[in-house]
Design a protein around this ligand. Structure first.
Ligand code: ADP
Length: 570
């Protein structure tokens, strides 16, 4: 048996986040929980599904330990809502938008119900007839996907998600939709569509047309008629130009996604959830959870025995969540129960690599990341096959499409941003490198307190290069690179997001995608402010070539009100 790691204490930041948004409160806002009580509530609710199974008794205890120790955390709605009356535990949903007044406003209604419970929604607007197309019943003309997207946006703005989450949407339009150019530039005005991430769904045919410098057809989805054709390179340049300016729109490689659709008999993928990591069919939902990889390195190696046990338990947990979830509408319940998708992901990949002493931006770093992801997928699959024997395969399982033994879940893995859960676990988010190593916190009376990355402090003290002056310097420059006091090896290992070349970011995404990620990956490709449009173009081509299912670039300083700033440049 491998030894389990001692439990980590929660950081002050984690406590603050938990108190503000996760611990249950009474009607006067008095906090009723602490971390121990929260983990017990969630474990009990999720284990209750197995009442009657031989291991039911132990299960709640195992779920509790896995969360309490920060080895694994489920997505925020599960931590917030499990065991409460709301009981909606999933982070992601995709809703169809049919080309009719009824269809559009049904979708807005359904989206509102999802948002109310803390979920994020992806919509494809590709089925809507283009602006100025005929509307038979009124003899008028259609106002097009963008005008309706504004109504979805306004609805989201109005619904504060149970007071806890602001509401997030993904809006997708296919590159061959006649309104594509307007969609690409829609967020030029940065005050509009703020509750949306916009992504263009790019086809392989379009990418081929870009390579061949050919034109491609725009198709009216309502009639199937070709309405026009455009030079592919011109459209590609437009996307690149906007992404270079503002980071939006992102792109989704929709054919790559559909090649991995486990249940094509139920429909095609048209959209992802808001952060892009989970492709879902219309009306599907998915609950997510992430393994905290930094906690699985012992003696310079990944403790595979403990990791395997945690992966298996995490699959049991996420599968149970489907059965104790209160779905916002019956259509979502029905569709989700057919495919039983779960999204097991990772966080703290960078923490793992640091402890293995491998640079994130290196061949060896990518190899180690790919190996661990492959391992997680293989173990998750075994767990899902075992669960199918115990409880039955996912109902849409069909050997004609599914070339694997009957298993419980049509999709198992995706890599989430872990925006908040990684703050609770105090690790690098998802598969991202750390964004900064030392930050200056301004405290009372103008005092400046350096906040030093936990692993960096350990290494710097152990290797004898720690000094308060060095920490100040790292904070001021926002980087460890070029600091002579830091041995070069450690400069490489502690490179942060901005110090890593865009190509290395993309290669890491590609390595993970190929190695055991069923759905997709939420990843930001950081670029320096000096990056050119050519750099963006090369990045997109590389991501497509590597089999990524989407890509989002972000050029430093290109968006107003940038959320994260390295060092004390903020
Ligand atoms: P967390 O760390 O809070 O569990 P993530 O940052 O990993 O969440 O995001 C996972 C998914 O949760 C996103 O892709 C999106 O579908 C959904 N999500 C994230 N933030 C929000 C939000 N503010 N409102 C609605 N859904 C959200």
């Amino acid at each position: 048996m491998s030894e389990s790691k001692p439990q980590s204490a929660l950081t002050e930041t984690a406590e603050t986040v938990l108190q503000r948004r996760y611990y249950l409160k009474d009607e006067n806002g008095k906090v009723l929980e602490n971390w121990d009580i929260l983990c017990r509530r969630v474990a009990k609710a999720v284990a209750a599904v197995d009442a009657g199974q031989p291991d039911a008794e132990e299960l709640a205890g195992q779920f509790y330990t896995m969360m309490h120790s920060l080895d694994f955390l489920p997505n925020s709605p599960c931590l917030m809502n499990a065991g409460t009356d709301l009981g909606q535990l999933s982070a992601c949903f995709v809703l169809p938008v049919e080309d009719s007044m009824d269809g559009i406003f049904t979708s807005i209604r359904n989206g509102a119900l999802v948002h109310k419970t803390g979920g994020g929604t992806g919509y494809s607007f590709s089925r809507l007839r283009p602006k100025n197309a005929a509307v038979k019943s009124t003899q008028g003309v259609a106002s097009g996907p963008l005008s309706f997207a504004a109504v979805f946006d306004a609805a989201t703005e109005t619904i504060k998600q149970g007071g806890k989450r602001r509401g997030a949407n993904m809006g997708v339009l296919r590159v061959d939709h006649p309104d594509i150019l307007a969609f690409i530039s829609a967020k030029e005005d940065q005050s509009r569509y703020n509750n949306f991430n916009f992504s263009v769904a790019i086809t392989d045919a379009f990418m081929q047309a870009v390579k061949d410098d050919a034109s491609y057809d725009l198709v009216n989805p309502a009639t199937g008629a070709v309405s026009d054709s455009l030079p592919a390179r011109q459209v590609f340049e437009e996307i690149i130009d906007r992404a270079w300016h503002t980071g939006e729109p992102g792109v989704l490689f929709i054919d790559a996604a559909n090649r991995d659709n486990a249940t094509p008999q139920l429909g095609d993928f048209e959209a992802t959830n808001p952060c892009g990591e989970q492709w879902l069919l219309p009306y599907e939902s998915c609950n997510l959870g992430s393994i905290n990889l930094g906690r699985f390195v012992t003696g310079g190696k990944v403790d595979s025995t403990r990791l395997a046990a945690t992966v298996r338990l995490a699959v049991r947990f996420l599968d149970n969540v489907i059965d104790c979830n209160r779905f916002p509408i019956p259509e979502i319940a029905a569709m989700t129960q057919k495919t039983r998708k779960v999204g097991l992901g990772i966080m703290g990949l960078h923490d793992m690599l640091i402890q293995l002493e491998l640079p994130y931006a290196s061949q060896e770093g990518r190899k180690a990341a790919a190996e661990v992801m492959n391992f997680i997928h293989a173990e998750a699959e075994q767990a899902s096959i075992a669960l199918a024997k115990l409880k039955g395969a996912f109902p849409a399982y069909d050997p004609q499409y599914n070339k694997y033994p009957a298993r419980r879940n049509a999709a198992l893995t995706s890599i989430q941003p872990t925006g908040t859960v990684s703050m609770i676990a105090d690790c690098a988010s998802g598969c991202e490198p750390y964004f900064s190593i030392v930050m200056i916190k301004h405290v009372m009376d103008g005092d400046r307190l350096p906040m030093v990355n936990r692993l960096f402090e350990q290494v710097a003290r152990r290797e004898g290069f720690y000094s308060p002056r060095l920490m100040e310097k790292v904070a001021a420059s926002g980087s460890v690179v070029g600091q002579q006091e830091i041995p070069e090896k450690w400069q490489e290992i502690f490179r942060t997001a901005q110090d890593i070349a865009p190509e290395d970011h993309i290669r890491m995404q590609g390595a993970l995608q190929k190695s055991g990620v069923d759905s997709s990956i939420s990843k930001t490709i950081n670029m320096p402010n000096s990056a050119t449009r050519e750099d963006v173009r090369r990045g997109y081509l590389l991501a497509h070539e590597l089999g990524c299912k989407g890509i989002t670039v972000y050029r430093d300083g290109s968006r107003e009100g940038q959320v994260l700033n390295a060092g004390n440049r903020s």
